[in-house]
Ligand binder design. Structure first.
Ligand SMILES: *Cc1c(COP(=O)(O)O)cnc(C)c1O
Length: 363
């Protein structure tokens, strides 16, 4: 069977050369005589894999030396709790920007723990169709941190700017945009991301944290959630998600081989432009996201008719384009076009959209 164009929001496509390399090393890694899956995480072979994963990620993202890179478990959702547990000790309060479902969950999680948290901006009343303008005067001057979700996977919105929070650390969930374009890490206190959108298979969560922020953990917090302990132990306090980290290394290697994040951003922009240019020049589909907030990774659109939306996703799947159905909470369609989606996949999608519009006139 042929591989399809998989527009899934996550887990999502991985670069074919990465899958092929992993397949070639699946049974026997190098001279080790065993699979990476069977290796002790304390073995020299594995120590080299995790060290390479970290150094390649540092090189790709140009991560300053005063930041730690952690490979954790539990997904981005576990970080919704870990962020307040690690940082609230600075001042006892935290501010949140709610720009979609995941940032809403992060906000609720901090609230649930009984902390003094405040939602300082939200676009909920506009169905999250854009990113709020966040300015310094909205933020409490004694907040421990400000939390944002940089790319809203479900709604297809992304920050086109990095909010200026002054001296207050900015914490960003970058699960669905990390490695899609260069980003100035020094503007953030913490960046975290689940791997399964743009970095690796599910299983590993990357946390990039400025060293001075490792000092505020609640002493009663669970060891597994404490960044400082994970940093002191090179992410090996316990068994790390070994195979996902190995896959992340292969993905990073692939990105470096094509020219790093500048080249990746150029390709991603070309792909996204193809789709948005088409959407902007027809009147069958509606793209709900406002100009200036559009995501390069998740492109959302609707026909305006739930039955046609459903038919679209199922006809597309038959034509070899899978997982175009929008998130169950919002409906419509969503094309996730992460790093691994080739330009040909987006071209095929646009051609399909034109054909579908012609063949399915609205009553
Ligand atoms: C997918 C996603 C999450 C949830 O990630 P898990 O790893 O499943 O916990 C959180 N935030 C964003 C922005 C996401 O895209």
């Amino acid at each position: 069977m042929n591989r399809v164009y998989n527009f899934s929001a996550g887990p999502s496509m991985l670069p074919l050369p990465v899958l092929e390399k992993a397949a070639s090393e699946m049974v026997c890694y190098g001279e080790s005589g065993m699979s990476v899956m069977e290796m002790s995480h304390r073995s020299p072979d594995y120590e080299a894999i995790i060290a390479d994963a970290e150094s390649m990620l540092r090189k790709l993202m140009n991560i300053p030396d005063n930041y730690k890179v952690l490979f954790l478990q539990g997904g981005a959702s576990t970080q919704f709790a870990a962020v307040p547990l690690n940082l609230i000790g600075r001042t006892g309060k935290a501010d949140y920007v709610v720009s979609g479902q995941f940032s809403g969950k992060a906000y609720k999680e901090a609230q649930k723990m009984g902390y003094d948290v405040k939602c300082v901006a939200t676009t909920k009343d506009d169905n999250f169709n854009h990113i709020p303008a966040v300015t310094k005067d909205m933020i409490r001057p004694d907040a421990s941190y400000v939390h944002i979700c940089f790319n809203n996977t479900i709604y297809g919105t992304k920050y086109s700017y990095i909010p200026d929070t002054g001296d207050i650390p900015l914490v960003a969930d970058m699960s669905s945009c990390i490695l899609s374009e260069p980003v100035d890490v020094s503007k953030f206190g913490v960046i975290y991301a689940g791997a399964q959108k743009n970095m690796a298979p599910a299983g590993v969560t990357v946390v990039i944290v400025r060293e001075d922020l490792l000092e505020y953990a609640d002493p009663k917090m669970p060891t597994m959630l404490e960044w400082k302990i994970m940093a002191e132990n090179g992410s090996m306090y316990n068994t790390p998600p070994c195979y996902s980290i190995y896959m992340l290394k292969l993905v990073a290697e692939w990105l470096l081989s094509i020219g790093g994040l500048e080249e990746m951003a150029k390709r991603n922009k070309e792909k996204a432009d193809l789709l948005y240019d088409y959407l902007d020049n027809q009147n069958y589909y509606v793209a709900p996201v406002l100009d200036g907030s559009r995501s390069m990774m998740n492109v959302t659109f609707v026909t305006g008719n739930a039955d046609l939306d459903k038919k679209f996703a199922s006809d597309a799947a038959k034509a070899g384009m899978k997982n175009l159905k929008g998130h169950r909470s919002v409906g419509g369609m969503r094309a996730s076009i992460y790093n691994a989606m080739p330009r040909e996949g987006v071209e095929a999608l646009v051609a399909f959209m034109k054909k579908f519009a012609e063949e399915n006139p609205k009553a």
